[in-house]
Design a binder for this molecule. Structure first.
Ligand code: UDP
Length: 348
């Protein structure tokens, strides 16, 4: 099954006057290419007939996200850790550095490996970009704002982050990676771009990823209680996958100087309780809500200020939450139905 099974297509949201997509024969390297967003990027570039190298150690990525590409001469899969040496003979024109588990429950499973994946992996890919003369985009994150004291979060906000907590390996790793991207751009002239990705959902997500949207959809579809952490008043802003891919592609291929971070996310802000109610309405489920303890350092607010992306990329999300959930429900229902898959929901 293709990663994007929704009705919209990332290409439909692209403003071509601002970007120039790769020419035929050019090569895009996507680290973490078997993951949720990485595989959606693979799909986008395979549709453009670009050559794609997908690098993934499959620690959280899934072969089923990419196995339909394996026969294509345009597609190469390399199973390896992003931090290990990688020096292909062929040219590389663009690198998306997407490799790292993004779900708290997954990135906290081995925090030292997570930190190394982000920091050593970023430096490895920046060196590769320098050697190949490639443009490189880092998948940074809204997590670099930590538990923010200002909302919405604008790129100039420096964040409120714990250096020694359960989320630190990811948050501080991504902050360090942003520093590396900044220095490789300033000192070494690498064309480096940084996307701060806010919560994203949709077809292609691992139903066992432990994220709130995937947990609630799976729980609602199975008639199991929806697990609300804390009082459920914390907020998140949820971006549909095709919108996010359009944003990432726009940032990668925007002409001119795009150094400095760019927030990509949907500014529609919902409490976790509101999300639960909307999921119940959209799935027609009568699952109860079940309160659980709030994880340590769980951010109370998260909402992107996307003025820079609007002005400089001509990008903004086009899919509202209810519509995105409707596009996602058939995918999660089919994932649940696949025989042999456990139907566990990963909880903290
Ligand atoms: N959450 C929840 N129930 C779940 C999973 C998550 O209430 O089953 C909450 C979590 O505590 C957080 C929000 O939903 O406040 C988003 O969590 P997620 O893991 O999706 O991403 P985060 O934004 O924390 O990285």
């Amino acid at each position: 099954m293709k990663a994007n099974t929704g009705k919209t297509k990332p290409a439909a949201s692209l403003r071509s006057r601002l970007i120039s997509l790769p020419r035929k024969g050019q090569t895009v390297l996507i680290t973490g290419g078997a993951g949720f967003l990485g595989s959606a990027l693979c799909s986008f570039y395979m549709e453009q007939e670009t050559r794609v190298i997908c690098l993934d150690d499959l620690s959280t990525g899934r072969m089923r996200n990419i196995d339909h590409f394996l026969e294509s001469p345009n597609f190469t899969f390399v199973k390896q850790d992003v931090a290990d040496p990688f020096d292909p003979e062929d040219g590389i024109d663009f690198i998306f550095n997407m490799a790292c588990p993004a779900s708290p429950v997954k990135y906290q499973a081995d925090p030292i490996k997570t930190f190394r994946t982000i920091v050593a992996g970023s430096e490895n890919m920046l060196r590769l970009a320098q050697r190949k003369g490639a443009r490189i985009l880092e998948a940074s994150t809204s997590e670099i704002y930590g538990d923010p004291e200002v909302s919405p979060q604008i790129e100039s906000y420096r964040g409120s982050v714990n250096t020694m907590g359960p989320r630190s390996c990811y948050d501080e790793g991504k902050r360090a990676a942003e520093t590396l991207f900044h220095e490789y751009c300033a000192q070494n002239g690498v064309d480096a771009r940084v996307a701060r990705i806010f919560n994203t959902y949709g077809p292609g997500m691992d139903p066992e990823d432990g994220r709130v949207v995937s947990n609630f959809l799976v729980q609602a579809l199975k008639g199991a209680p929806l697990t609300i952490y804390g009082d459920g008043k914390q907020t998140r802003s949820f971006c549909y996958v095709d919108d996010m891919i359009a944003g990432l592609v726009s940032l990668m291929h925007a002409e001119g100087d795009m150094s400095g971070p760019v927030n990509l996310g949907n500014p529609g802000e919902f409490t976790v309780i509101e999300l639960a109610r909307i999921v119940l309405e959209e799935t027609g489920s009568d699952s109860p809500l079940e309160m659980r303890p709030l994880p340590v350092d769980d951010p109370k607010l998260r909402c992107p200020e996307i003025q820079r992306a609007r002005e400089e990329l001509g990008w903004e999300p086009t899919v509202a939450l209810r519509e995105g959930l409707r596009l996602s429900i058939p995918y999660f229902a089919s994932e649940i139905a696949i025989e042999g898959r456990s139907q566990k929901v990963v909880e903290r």
